[in-house]
Write a protein that binds this ligand. Structure first.
Ligand SMILES: [Zn+2]
Length: 135
């Protein structure tokens, strides 16, 4: 093997950069996005009640007050729906807990009628664990 560019660590430089050797793969990544200005979604706003203007708290851009009001109303509606859904979910889970407590009471009563001595909670937990483990 005769090369005119031998390096001390026994490596040879490729004649072309890797990207030029694989044009199809490099074409997949040929688009780069450049922004001159950082993107700002104007999430927080400040209201100037004297000048009657609304500005973005981050980028200080002047915002349309009506757009801001509509955005706040939509945000409030979304949060209100989320809250209502959570309240409904909490109510459903409380009903489920009450049903499970009734089932536990009934199961304890059945065990008592069958002559099984009253189990303490830790004993019941052990039984349940043993049942779950399949022992
Ligand atoms: Zn902004």
């Amino acid at each position: 093997m005769s090369t005119d560019d031998e390096s001390p660590d026994n490596l040879r430089k490729l004649p072309l950069p890797v990207a030029q050797l694989r044009p199809k793969e490099s074409a997949l990544y040929s688009v780069t996005v450049q922004r001159d200005v950082e993107f700002c979604d104007h999430a927080r706003a400040t209201v100037d009640d004297v000048a009657r203007t609304v500005r973005c708290a981050a980028c200080k851009a002047l915002l349309d007050p009506m757009d801001r009001l509509i955005r706040m109303a939509k945000d409030y509606d979304r949060r209100r729906r989320d809250y209502d859904n959570l309240v409904t979910e909490i109510k459903a889970q409380r009903e489920r807990i009450a049903m499970l407590e009734r089932m536990e009471t009934n199961a304890r009563a059945r065990l008592r009628r069958l002559g099984v001595p009253r189990l303490e909670d830790w004993q019941l937990d052990q039984l349940i664990k043993r049942e779950a483990d399949g022992k």
